[in-house]
Every structure is written in C-alpha cells, then in structure tokens.
Design a protein around this ligand. Structure first.
Ligand code: UGA
Length: 436
C-alpha cells in the first residue's frame, strides 16, 4: 500500500530518493528552503547533472505522485515518513557540521501534527539518531521513531542504483518503524534487493564502514602502485591477480590520482573523528588518507620531472570531475592537481565533458577549454585525471602532432602503453612501467 512521504532537502540524495519513491508508487513531497530551486524543479530543471534524473523527476511530477514545496508544514501534514536529506559538510576538525540536520529535526517537531517515522538518509556519525530523537521530543508532543536508512548510490549511476538497489539497509529501534520501512521498499525487495533490518547504530556505522573500506582498497592499490613503480612490476596486473580471488574482489583496486568526491573524503574524516570521540584512534584510516595524498603528489612529481621546470609550461588536464559520469568537482583530485601546477608556475588548461564550468568557478587561473585538440595545441604535457571513456577515443597521433612536447602522464591508466609509444609519446602511467 502506498505511503505519504516528505523528503527534506533536494540535493543529490534527496532528489533521487524522492523520485525513486514516487516511481514505486508512493506519494512524495520534496521540501527545500531554496525558493529558486523549488521553482526550477517544478519546471523540470535539475540543480545538477545526473544521468536519468530529469526523466525520473519530470515523469513523476506528471504522474501526480511527486511535487515540491518550500513549506515543511504543508509537506508533513499527511506524511507518515519524513526523510532527512540535508547536507552535513565537513568541519576543519573532520567532524561533520550537523546544524542542518538539527534544524530539520526542530522544524519537523514543530510542524508535525501526528506520529511519524523520521529517517536519517544523509550520512551521519553513529549515535546521531539519539540527538535527533532528543530534539523531536523537546519540540513535539507526538511520537517519533527515528530510523537510519543510508544510501549506497554512486554518483553518475545514482538513479539506476536507486531504482534497482542490490541492498537496502534499515536501522530502527521498534517493530512498527521496521514495518513501515519495509512497506516503503516492498517493490524493490520483491525485485530482488537484499534487505538488512538492524538497529539504528549498526546502520549508521555500516555506512561509514562501507565507504572507509572502499577508500582503503583504493589506497592499498595506490600504495602498491608506488612499489610497482620502484620495482618495475605492473599494478594493473597485480590488481587483476588479487581481484581474481573472490575474497578480495577486483572492484576499487584501480590505482591512480586517488579518491575524491563529496563522500569518501568527508566520510573518512567523520569516521576517524567519531571513532576518536568514542575512545578509539583508528590509525589505519590515517594511513588511508595519507596514501591518498601521496597518490596525487606522485603524479605531480611525474609531471614536474618530465617537464624539468614548470614555470610557463602549458599543461592540459584531461578530466576535471572527481570521476567520470558526473559534473561534480567537489574534492576532485584533478582540481587539487591543477592548483599545485598553478602554484608551481605552469599554465593549466582543463577539458571535461561535463564539469568545465564548475571547475572554472573553483580554481582561479584554470583555463577551461571545450575541445581536447584545441587545448593540446602548443601544450607541453597531457595529463589524464578522469577516465572519461571519450578521452580513450582521442587520436594520439593527431595529438602528438600538435603538442609542443609529446608527454602523456596517465593518472588513470586510461591509455594502452604500446599505442601511446607508437604514436610517439613519452608515456608515464601509474604503477606500470614508464616508456620515457
Ligand atoms: C561512493 C560509494 O562508492 C557509494 O557506494 C556511496 O553510496 C557514495 O560514495 C556515498 O556515500 O554517497 P561516489 O562518491 O559516487 O560513491 O564515487 P565512487 O565511484 O565510489 O568513487 C569515489 C572516488 O574513488 C572517485 O574519485 C574515483 O575516481 C575513485 N576511485 C574509485 C579510484 O581512484 N579507484 C577505484 O578503483 C575506484
């Protein structure tokens, strides 16, 4: 039976959650205090790029199951479930800033006119539910059941991941809330999603544990890459061999410029800070972050070594987004590299199928160019920062012809070494033998 749902916050997580729950038949109201954003959404304009999102949202608005408002009171009037999907940006200490979550809990408490399930969807530190529960108890006479329902969406594939999840995680502290949450996801469970019903703290912690472990796998591959470079071994082959063991798995063993984005850096910092607050110094996580920084420095050093002096050299970055398939440049290794090169006196040009405008707005001095060949004309070095498939189809012979110096630093092991060599490049991959 369909439920009435309010989704507070229409960022990446909130908007996709709202669209997905409407798609499976529930009645959903998305809430945001940004008036301009609400007007754009009503008109079918998305605040960010995500494959399939415009179609999902516009179709569900047309179906009558999804609408948007700025008014939280209107949104919760009928809602049986309210999702908290607001941002938790990192503080300099690593702890997330939970002001927006507290604000929503207060607003929900004041606006509610009946009992409901309040769901943490934003990634939050373990024990946040206790805080939310306390705020709700202070601000409302109604009974609230706080549930944790972390998402496992990958940017760029978030709509697909959300519509067809392989697992759903729900933490709640009583059977009634568990019953409501199960009803909410029944269509996905019937379609084969694995459903984990647990307590709230376990669900909160599991989300941080998943992201920390994925980041750890990548850092392991990046540490290996340094040893491979020093010994002449090939990190891609090592990762393939490791990955063929089902106990290890091949995913997230791609060495490169390191991990970025809106999740891993923030979640790692939050997890470290929360573990420490709880009395455990999770030193392994410090190493994971350190190796990630070294992956970037290593690529920077390769460029500097190949160019001799950076001052006045034209360096083209292929890819600016933190990964392919998105226009998101938050904590993008490409932008950190751009800044290091600019600080070193280089002229830095960037090419990206989606993230050009966002990158230009963040890095002063970065020159964004639409076309890779135009950017490469007269340049001294090409650096692959994001493995967009379209870059793999670039004509290396043509590029070699227009570069002043044919240096290719492959921060994502996108190109075939032999093809790069045959085209006449000095080729510097990551964790694989260089062909200078
Ligand atoms: C990540 C998780 O993969 C999702 O499961 C999770 O739901 C999400 O965070 C979140 O917490 O919201 P996402 O940040 O979209 O998803 O990106 P990933 O695909 O995980 O990539 C993260 C970073 O790791 C990227 O910079 C990517 O280039 C890098 N990466 C990934 C590597 O350097 N090597 C790899 O082998 C894989």
């Amino acid at each position: 039976m369909p439920l009435d749902i309010a989704v507070i916050g229409t960022g990446h997580v909130g908007l996709i959650t709202a669209g997905t729950l409407a798609r499976v038949g529930h009645t959903v109201i998305g809430v945001d205090d940004d008036k301009g954003k609400i007007e754009s959404l009503r008109a079918g304009r998305m605040p960010f790029f995500e494959a399939g999102l415009t179609e999902l949202v516009t179709q569900e608005i047309a179906s009558g199951r999804l609408r948007f408002t700025e008014d939280i009171t209107e949104a919760v009037a009928k809602a049986e479930v309210a999702f908290i999907c607001v941002g938790t940006p990192g503080r300099p200490t690593g702890e997330p800033n939970m002001l927006a979550v507290e604000g929503v809990a207060t607003a929900l408490g004041r606006a509610a006119i009946h009992d409901m399930v309040v769901v943490e969807k934003s990634t939050v530190p373990v024990q946040t539910a206790d805080r939310i529960r306390a705020v709700l108890a202070r601000t409302s006479p109604h009974a609230f059941h706080v549930a944790s329902n972390p998402e496992f969406l990958r940017e760029g594939r978030a709509v697909e991941d959300s519509l067809h999840p392989d697992r759903i995680l729900v933490g709640a502290d009583n059977a009634w809330a568990h019953g409501i949450m199960r009803r909410l996801y029944e269509p996905m469970i019937e379609a084969g999603a694995r459903y984990f019903a647990t307590d709230v703290s376990t669900a909160e912690l599991a989300k941080h544990a998943c992201n920390a472990f994925l980041a750890l796998k990548i850092s392991f591959a990046n540490g290996l890459a340094r040893v491979c470079e020093a010994s002449g071994a090939d990190v891609v082959d090592v990762a393939d061999i490791m990955g063929s063991d089902p106990r290890i798995g091949r995913d997230f063993l791609d060495a490169g410029l390191g991990w970025g984005g809106s999740c891993f850096p923030k979640d790692l910092a939050a997890f470290r800070a929360q573990s420490e607050r709880l009395g455990y110094r999770f030193g392994l996580l410090d190493e994971v972050v350190k190796i990630n920084d070294e992956a970037l420095t290593s690529t920077f050093n390769k460029i500097r070594e190949a160019l001799w002096n950076l001052e006045g050299k034209r360096v083209v970055l292929l890819g600016l987004a933190f990964k392919p398939g998105t226009d998101d440049v938050r904590e993008s290794p490409a932008l950190r590299l751009a800044q290091m090169l600019l600080d070193g006196g280089a002229i830095v040009l960037g090419v990206d199928p989606q993230a050009g405008p966002a990158a230009a707005a963040r890095v002063e001095g970065l020159e964004v160019v639409d076309d890779a060949y135009a950017a490469a004309d007269g340049a001294d070095c090409l650096v692959v920062c994001t493995e967009w498939p379209v870059f793999a189809t670039l004509d290396l012979v043509r590029l070699k012809g227009i570069l002043t110096v044919p240096i290719l630093v492959d921060g994502r092991n996108l190109f075939d070494a032999t093809a790069a060599r045959e085209a006449g490049f000095s080729y510097f991959p990551t964790g694989r033998p260089a062909l200078p």
